[in-house]
Design a protein around this ligand. Structure first.
Ligand code: ZN
Ligand code: ZN
Length: 249
């Protein structure tokens, strides 16, 4: 076990009986319940498992280096996407976003990727597949939009905020193209000491996809002419393209 993971194990001990007033109106509380080494193709990390008192989901943090009492720790909040992250779906760019974050943090002395188990923006895999099916039919994008849209953002950020606090970080630099994410975490008392644009390096296979998404925020049309929805709540920036301000969705 690395010394970093050993340090995180102490936090597991610390949290054994942790109970606080909780974050937000739902009084959300989390505990670190496990930590282990996680060597990856992007470098050496530790994986930290969290329990929370609200959604029965197993959110994790992938931690690089000793982040305790550190300032300006680079941090990325990623929402689970089974189809993109694990299966390589091209219906979204979740895997590109996740890999870019892990690759970048893997080259730094410290950093955190929060992997939030909120598939399809929190609606779950079944509803996401149903929303995809609606999009495939090409007609009812409003319904598909609604199916993907009912996301409890407040709760998501409360969990993420408590996780960041529990890891003992003094302040973070949030890797995002979305200033609203910064504000939401700040509402829960996270000190966000800057924002780093999350820029995706394109490859020949996804270049067109990423450019299209970068040019048309939120809803965009893929090569087959089907309308798609962003799953990460973050608009995309592609290497070599200028930063743009998102339109209201
Ligand atoms: Zn708590
Ligand atoms: Zn996705």
């Amino acid at each position: 076990m690395t010394s970093v993971t050993a340090g995180l194990q102490h936090l597991v001990e610390r949290d054994r009986d942790h109970e606080c007033e909780g974050y937000g109106p739902n009084h959300l509380c989390v505990r670190l319940v496990g930590a282990a080494d996680l060597p990856t193709r992007f470098g050496e990390f530790s994986i930290v498992a969290f329990w929370n008192n609200r959604d029965a989901k197993e959110h994790v943090a992938i931690v690089r280096g000793d982040v305790r009492d550190r300032e300006q720790v680079p941090c990325r909040v990623h929402s689970e996407c089974l189809t993109g992250d694990a299966l390589g779906s091209l219906r979204c760019d979740c895997r590109d976003q996740l890999e870019a974050a892990l690759r970048r943090i893997g080259e730094l002395p410290q950093g955190i990727v929060l992997y939030m188990r909120q598939e399809g923006r929190g609606i779950g895999l079944i509803n996401k597949v149903r929303a995809y099916a609606l999009q495939d039919r090409g007609l009812d994008t409003v319904e598909a939009n609604l199916a993907l849209g009912f996301r409890d953002d407040e709760r998501d950020y409360a969990i993420a905020a408590h996780m960041i606090h529990s890891l003992g970080v003094k302040s973070i630099r949030l890797m995002t193209n979305n200033p609203q994410k910064v504000e939401q975490l700040q509402q829960y008392g996270i000190e966000v000491d800057g924002r780093d644009p999350h820029i995706l390096p394109p490859n020949p296979h996804n270049l067109f996809y990423l450019q299209t998404k970068a040019n048309r925020s939120g809803h965009f049309i893929d090569f087959a002419g089907k309308p798609h929805l962003a799953e990460q709540g973050d608009w995309v920036r592609v290497e070599g393209m200028p930063e743009r301000i998102p339109e209201e969705e």
